[in-house]
Structures are given as structure tokens and as C-alpha cells.
Write a protein that binds this ligand. Structure first.
Ligand code: HEC
Ligand code: HEC
Ligand code: HEC
Length: 446
């Protein structure tokens, strides 16, 4: 008995670890941010258009269309330039490739023949129509909290999109990861399905924000740190997580690395336009803004902001003062290569180049996002409110690992910023990882 239990535990761990890594990196689809030509920058953008959510009296189809946007289903199920929701998007993982599936109403290759309950189980339980486990690259751990009525509305909408005949592509996973039954072990350790329950002591707006963030919009898939098995560290909700060579920052009320200095309007502006006076969305967040948050209603964006602003601050350890020699080297590189756009004092140019002073993205315990931008360049999100896409050129070809480490350390520790110094090895590892998983540009597929 003991043996068997121990064996199962071990197996669950091994397979869980592998599958989880798949899940985590499964979110690594569509990394935008490839270097792009640097040209002239258009004038300051207009204010965000007001998007109206469908009224309560709207048909299930209309509500479903909007909910599918909140859930960012297109990010994974629509290939750039491909037929909406026909799947086939390769999700790169360190172990191989998982393809998203066809969720159009085609009966042969899509979900046209699925019963409402089969669809509900896919989202809430992570199972396909045959009852087989889905890989957690499909974010069912979050979708399990979606209300049944919202799932039904999404299904009603998806049943109206043009059916596409598109066979599921075979995942390229080595044995034994190709055995779906092993996902059971991962679920056992990491999956806690539960319906969303409102908190009666909080406002309706806060509860709406909590619901969107933690279920449909699956913000924690990137922003919550993971256990070594890739499950959420549930005691650290939205406290910042590394994914696919970017770092999704802490979203709680902490003063430096968190959103304490952001007003609800600042958060709404960032999510609707892709930038605000403090920061700009690059990497994985660029795609989230383009396909999902910029298409949310003003009321829902405000609800998200109200919820995030209520997350309490957590202690932030002081970073050691970096080596003065490294700071001097970094300053020289900054003056030469960066100050034209980001300003000698790190204050950026409103609406064009994000400030680096006080930018919470720069103040995270991990320098990954800044390093990624320096090595591979970055491009602003294209949104209706702000269609221009100011870009940052790549410096990987120009700067050595030591130089990138120095300039990143300088940015993290100037103008009142304080962040851990960056070592050459960190840069070398990230450079190799980015080269191994080249960045693919997603350009708003729908
Ligand atoms: C982060 C990427 C991602 C997002 C976001 C995502 N999916 Fe998926 N989804 C996948 C992947 C990958 C699979 C295939 C998993 C597998 O083969 O085990 C999948 C499978 C499915 C399936 C099962 C289909 C089948 O043929 O087995 C359904 C249904 C589905 N997704 C619906 C949705 C809906 C609805 C949304 C939005 C609310 C959504 N997905 C958002 C990645 C995603
Ligand atoms: C696919 C991964 C992913 C998902 C899903 C995601 N984010 Fe992000 N987010 C990121 C990354 C990476 C960054 C850092 C971007 C940068 O600094 O350029 C980021 C940055 C942010 C920032 C700016 C924080 C700062 O300190 O600069 C906010 C606010 C934010 N995200 C909110 C959200 C919300 C709200 C959701 C859910 C609606 C969400 N994110 C979903 C990856 C993600
Ligand atoms: C041609 C103008 C330009 C130059 C030169 C430039 N940047 Fe940038 N940088 C940008 C733009 C534009 C963005 C925002 C991209 C986006 O919206 O995703 C950015 C983003 C960043 C970010 C991420 C900020 C955030 O809010 O997520 C960091 C860190 C950064 N740059 C550092 C540097 C450093 C260090 C250098 C010099 C080695 C440099 N930049 C050179 C234009 C530039």
C-alpha cells in the first residue's frame, strides 16, 4: 500500500512537473515584441473609445461574444491571420509543442457536435468530449470559476461563428508526456475547481473585478508566481511571475514593484491603451491588451482596477547598493544608447516612450522584462485608442552580456529606483533562451 502510494506520488510529481511546465510555458504563445523599424512618432493619442458591454437584455449570443473577449479565447484559438477560433496555434514549451484546437461549430473537426455539458466540462473541468484530460495549457484552472450562465452564453456565441474544417494537429510531445491520463496527477496537486462566490462585505464593482481577474481573464496565469510544479502559489496571488522570458509584475498595492503609485484611472488607461504615464505593455502583455483588455467596457476595466487597488501591499526586501563601477559603465551606455528616447533622467516622453524612473516593471525582483526589451526590442500594443506603435530597437547584436547587465543595473538603481543588480550570467541565459524560442509577432488576429 505504502509503496503504491509512494509510487503514485512520485509519478504524479514527475509527470506533474513536466505537464505543468508545459502548462506554464503553454501560455507562451505569440510573443510579440520583435524589433521593428524605428521611425517618426505620431502625436499624442486620443482618449480611449467607450466600449459598451451588451445590456442585460441582450441575447446570449451578444453577451457570449463579449465574454469570449474577456476570456481572450482568440489569443490561443485563432492563429495570426487564420480563421477565427479554428485553433492550430502552436504553444511552444520546453518539452515540445501543444496545439490549440478548433472551437468553431464544425461538426467533424470542431465543437459543433458537443453538448452544452461537454462544453461546460471543457472549461470547468479541463476535459474534452470523450472525458479525456486537456493539457493545462488551456487555462481551465481559472475557467473553472466562470459562472455556468456565462459559459452557456460563450457557447451560444461560438456556435454562430463560421464553421471551419480544421483537424487537430498532433502535439509534438515525447513519451510519456503524450499520455493525457497523466494530467490527472497534475490536477490532483494543482487544480482546485470551485464556483466563484461573491464577498458580501465588498462592493458589486470589486466583486465584478474579482470575477473577471480570477476566472475569465485568467490574469494569474501569468501574474501569480508558480510552484515548481507550475501550479499557482495560492498564498501569493498576483504577486508577479516569470513566463516565457518575460516577467509579469506584482499587481498588488506594494509601493515600488506593485501598483501603489497607480490610480484606478492609470490602471484603466494601461489596460485600454497599452500604456500610461508610468509604463507601457510589451511582451506577453501586449497581446493581452490588443485582443482582450482594450476591448473591455469602461465599467469592467474600472472594476478590474478597483479590485487590483484593493490588493494589500506586501513587504519588498531592500536591494543591495550595486557596485559603483558597474553603475558608471551602465550610465555611459545609457547616455549613448537609451537617453534619446527614455530621457537623461529616465522620465521618458509622454505617450511615446515609457519612463523608466518609478516604472514598477523595472522595480521587480526579476529584471527579465527589461532585459528582454533591451535584447530583443519591444513594441507598443496597437489599440483603437492608441493605434500608433512606438517601438524600441533590439540591442542584442550591439551590446555584450556585461554591457546589458551594466545598463540594466543602472536603470534599476538610478533616479530613486532600487532593484537587484543584474549579473552577466543572467543576461547570457536569457539571450540563449530568447534565441532558442524566437519571438513571434502577433498582430491582432481578430
Ligand atoms: C492560453 C491559451 C488558451 C486560452 C486563453 C484558451 N484556450 Fe482553449 N485550449 C487551449 C489549448 C492548448 C487547448 C488544447 C488542449 C489539449 O489538447 O489538451 C484548448 C482546448 C479547448 C477546448 C477543447 C476543444 C477540444 O477539441 O478538445 C475548448 C472547448 C476550449 N479550449 C475553449 C476555450 C474558450 C471558450 C476559451 C476562452 C474563454 C479558451 N479556450 C481559451 C488553449 C487556450
Ligand atoms: C499572457 C500573460 C499575461 C496575462 C494573461 C496577463 N498579463 Fe499583465 N502583464 C504580463 C507581462 C509580461 C507584463 C509586463 C509587461 C511590460 O512590463 O512591458 C504585464 C504587465 C501588466 C501590468 C503593468 C504592471 C506594471 O507594473 O508595469 C498590468 C497593470 C497588468 N499586466 C494587468 C493585467 C491584468 C488585469 C490581466 C488580466 C486581465 C493581465 N495583466 C493578464 C503578462 C500577462
Ligand atoms: C528608439 C527609442 C528607444 C530607445 C533608443 C530605447 N528604448 Fe526602451 N523603450 C522604447 C519604447 C517605445 C518602449 C515601450 C515598448 C512597449 O510599449 O512595449 C521601451 C521599453 C523599455 C523598457 C520596458 C519598460 C516597460 O514599461 O515595460 C525598458 C526597461 C527599456 N525600454 C529600457 C531601455 C534601455 C536600457 C535602452 C538602451 C539600451 C533603451 N530602452 C533604448 C523606446 C526606446
Amino acid at each position: 500500500m505504502t509503496l503504491q502510494v509512494r509510487f503514485r506520488w512520485k509519478a504524479a510529481l514527475v509527470f506533474g512537473a513536466a505537464v505543468t511546465a508545459l502548462a506554464v510555458s503553454g501560455l507562451s504563445h505569440g510573443q510579440p515584441g520583435a524589433p521593428s523599424p524605428v521611425g517618426s512618432w505620431p502625436a499624442a493619442p486620443p482618449t480611449a473609445p467607450v466600449i459598451q458591454p451588451p445590456p442585460a437584455s441582450a441575447s446570449a449570443v451578444e453577451r457570449g461574444r463579449y465574454l469570449v473577449t474577456l476570456g481572450d479565447c482568440a489569443a490561443c484559438h485563432t492563429a495570426p491571420g487564420g480563421t477565427p477560433f479554428a485553433g492550430g496555434v502552436p504553444l511552444n514549451t520546453p518539452f515540445g509543442v501543444i496545439y490549440s484546437t478548433n472551437i468553431t461549430p464544425d461538426t467533424a473537426t470542431g465543437i459543433g457536435g458537443w453538448t452544452p455539458d461537454q462544453f461546460r466540462r471543457a472549461l470547468q473541468e479541463g476535459r474534452d468530449d470523450q472525458g479525456q484530460n486537456l493539457y493545462p495549457a488551456m487555462p481551465y484552472p481559472y475557467f473553472s470559476h466562470i459562472a455556468a450562465a456565462d459559459i452557456e452564453a460563450m457557447r451560444a456565441y461560438l456556435m454562430t461563428v463560421p464553421p471551419a474544417h480544421a483537424e487537430a494537429q498532433a502535439n509534438r510531445l515525447p513519451f510519456p508526456l503524450n499520455l493525457r491520463v497523466l494530467i490527472q496527477g497534475w490536477n490532483w496537486l494543482n487544480f482546485r475547481p470551485a464556483p466563484f462566490t461573491a464577498t458580501s462585505t465588498r462592493s458589486a464593482e470589486w466583486n465584478r473585478g474579482a470575477y473577471i481577474v480570477n476566472s475569465l481573464a485568467h490574469c494569474g496565469a501569468c501574474h501569480t508566481p508558480k510552484t515548481f510544479l507550475g501550479g499557482d502559489q495560492r498564498d501569493k496571488p498576483l504577486r508577479g511571475g516569470e513566463l516565457d522570458n518575460w516577467y509579469a509584475p506584482n499587481l498588488n498595492g506594494s509601493p515600488h514593484g506593485g501598483l501603489q503609485g497607480w490610480s484606478t484611472d492609470d490602471i484603466v488607461a494601461y489596460l485600454s491603451r497599452g500604456s500610461n504615464d508610468h509604463a507601457a505593455a510589451s511582451g506577453s502583455m501586449q497581446a493581452v491588451v490588443e485582443l482582450s483588455t482594450s476591448r473591455m467596457s469602461a465599467a469592467d476595466l474600472r472594476a478590474i482596477a478597483v479590485y487590483l487597488k484593493a490588493l494589500p501591499a506586501t513587504p519588498e526586501p531592500d536591494a543591495d547598493r550595486p557596485d559603483p563601477q558597474k553603475m558608471r559603465a551602465g550610465q555611459a551606455i545609457y547616455t549613448d544608447q537609451c537617453s534619446a528616447c527614455h530621457g537623461a533622467d529616465g522620465s521618458g516622453v509622454a505617450g511615446l516612450f515609457p519612463p523608466l524612473r518609478g516604472n514598477p516593471g523595472v522595480l521587480q525582483p526579476s529584471a527579465t522584462t527589461g532585459l528582454h526589451a533591451i535584447l530583443a526590442g519591444a513594441q507598443a500594443a496597437a489599440t483603437k485608442a492608441k493605434p500608433s506603435q512606438p517601438a524600441m530597437p533590439a540591442f542584442a547584436w550591439k551590446l555584450t552580456d556585461d554591457e546589458v547587465a551594466a545598463v540594466s543595473t543602472y536603470v534599476g538603481n538610478s533616479w530613486g529606483n532600487s532593484a537587484p543588480a543584474v549579473g552577466r550570467d543572467t543576461v547570457a541565459r536569457l539571450r540563449a533562451r530568447i534565441a532558442a524560442h524566437p519571438i513571434r509577432l502577433t498582430k491582432g488576429p481578430v
